[in-house]
Design a protein around this ligand. Structure first.
Ligand SMILES: [Zn+2]
Length: 427
């Protein structure tokens, strides 16, 4: 397993499925890609090799809400009533509960072709004391589920702008940036650097003052870490922020840019076009979570989201549905419905399917600061093998378009993380 030469009928290289490509893997990394003229140790017949998907935004424990967050008949549910249900779950989970739900979510992610998860981690305490008793459970679950993880511990000090924490929020609490970075160091010491790494996160403007957001972002940049934050998922967050600061959450973000900063705004559902463009121009990114945003009734991001560039990523977020294929499909379909047009993410050079596959793979890796998401030398050997003979794909002139339009996880033959395959028959 340490050294292998893979050869599928088609391999996704430089943004396109190509024949005649071999992929040489050594010690978990891709060493060379091309018509290498080597003896293939693994010939994947009737198969296509694509990069493993990256869910750049997940809350694994929210997997426990699936089938339990039913709204009360006759009462209109909304994001905030869903949040109450999520808080009730957060309050009842102990370390074993967090581990079990996280492992379940991570196994489902891997089976869905996700080889890296960006876990936005805010449920940190096993009690209302700041014990950080749940911090290790998520890393343990990722290791046991054999999925690559970038853990993004979240800064969380207020329960709404300038509001004290109450109830379940006490399980998310951070006292101040110093305590945050101490807890970060403890987590980093326990993370096996090969499959688990750490980034930074601020939960949202609801959970930190404008000054704390700035302090956290500049320190993350100084440490060379990616920094993620929920931004403008719901109109109420935008209104509350404007009332408190005279500007929107995205405007607060855009006021400052830090050297070397790799900032990702999660959702940006309510963000106007000009500010999305400005964020992208400053090197920032947006992570869209289409099935969660649909499930919670958040809305559809502005059409400017489809602008070219390597600034978009996708997340499975609440994990009510775990399918990166659906996230990729609904990124495109949401815009089609909103704009009443087709091929929104396509262009003269690329099909929409190629572009959204890049967003679901390389875009996520960029948001998490990892050499992944592309089949090229120097990247992690994190791969998905697709069955081109599966009835949902067979005979298609454009197998990628067929997979993204009418395919599903049944066409996944196997997945590799650091070159270790699951699902493929032994050679
Ligand atoms: Zn989230």
């Amino acid at each position: 397993v340490n050294e292998q030469v893979l050869e599928a009928d088609l391999t996704y290289v430089d943004g396109r499925l190509r024949p005649g490509i071999q992929v040489a893997v050594r010690a978990g990394m891709i060493e060379a890609v091309g018509p290498l003229g080597l003896r293939a140790t693994r010939r994947l017949r009737d198969a296509a090799l694509v990069p493993g998907c990256v869910s750049a935004h997940s809350h694994a424990f929210q997997r426990g809400l699936r089938g339990h967050a039913r709204e009360i008949a006759g009462q209109a549910g909304n994001f905030w009533s869903w949040r109450d249900r999520m808080y009730a779950l957060a309050e009842e989970l102990d370390r074993d509960g967090v581990y079990t739900l996280s492992r379940l979510a991570f196994r489902e992610l891997r089976a869905a072709g996700v080889t890296t998860v960006g876990e936005f981690h805010y449920l940190r305490h096993a009690s209302s004391e700041r014990d950080y008793g749940l911090d290790g459970a998520v890393l343990d679950a990722a290791r046991d589920a054999r999925i690559r993880i970038v853990l993004l511990p979240a800064y969380y000090r207020t329960g709404g702008i300038a509001q004290p924490l109450t109830g379940a929020q006490l399980r998310f609490a951070t006292a101040d940036p110093d305590e945050y970075w101490q807890s970060w160091e403890r987590l980093a010491a326990g993370a096996d650097g090969s499959l688990a790494r750490l980034g930074a996160a601020v939960h949202s403007v609801r959970a930190a003052s404008a000054e704390e957001v700035a302090t956290m972002r500049s320190e993350a940049a100084r440490r060379g870490l990616v920094c993620h934050m929920h931004v403008e998922e719901q109109p109420r967050e935008v209104e509350d922020c404007r009332a408190a600061y005279g500007r929107t959450p995205m405007q607060l973000i855009l006021e400052n840019h830090y050297d070397g900063e790799r900032f990702t705004a999660v959702h940006a559902t309510q963000t106007p076009a000009a500010e999305l463009t400005q964020l992208a121009a400053s090197g920032g990114g947006v992570c869209v979570c289409p099935t969660t945003e649909a499930h919670l009734g958040d809305g559809i991001p502005d059409a400017a989201i489809a602008a070219p560039g390597d600034w978009l990523s996708l997340g499975t977020d609440a994990n009510a549905r775990i399918s990166m294929l659906d996230e990729m499909r609904w990124l495109e379909y949401g815009q089609r419905l909103g704009q009443r047009s087709r091929d929104v993410f396509g262009g003269p050079e690329r099909t929409w399917a190629e572009r959204v596959l890049d967003i679901g793979t390389a875009g996520g890796a960029a948001a998490l600061g990892l050499p992944a998401g592309r089949i090229r030398a120097g990247a992690y050997a994190d791969l998905v093998a697709l069955d081109l003979s599966h009835p949902t794909l067979s005979g298609a002139a454009d197998p990628l378009g067929a997979w993204l339009t009418g395919g599903d996880e049944r066409a996944i033959l196997g997945t590799a993380v650091a070159g270790e395959w699951e699902g493929l028959p032994a050679d």
